[in-house]
Ligand binder design. Sequence first.
Ligand code: S3P
Length: 171
Amino acid sequence: MNNIILIGFMGVGKGSVAREIVKNSSYIAIDTDDLIESIENKKIKKIFEDDGETHFRNLEKNIALWLEKSVSDTLISTGGGFYKQKNLKSIGTVVLLDSPFDDILNRIKAHPNAEKKLKKRPLLGDLKKAKELYDERRPEYLALADIVVNVTNKSAINCSKEILKKVENNV
Ligand code: S3P
């Protein structure tokens, strides 16, 4: 199916990297959170508030099944918890954007829309809990990834070039 599937923790820059990949290749990009928001006609934060995380994870599961069945030659960026979907590896080449927790936080804080970026992510509200989630997930991200790209102190454009090169060479 030749999809590239970008995984990684909240705020690591999956969206920015996806946009650069689109500029530098013939890939069309889709984002699992955007799909969920448009299907539900609600922001992720509101889905968590109104319907709960379990409902959100079920929506992710439906998206994962659809991606496997129906999508090819596409760059798919995902929410930070999407990697838990059992069929992830059947969707495409899994690329992890990897960075230490503190660097992710600094990256978000340095953004002109930092407050908005923190607010829209229900699981980033409590930074102690977010760090625990990061520590729990990081080994799982690494275990799943076909390709790991360390994004710390790298521009989105350089990350995008590295990803395209690695996918092409299958490393
Ligand atoms: C989540 C990450 C979010 C979004 C939701 C849950 C997670 O996406 O899917 O808030 O479980 O890590 P981003 O990784 O784009 O912030």
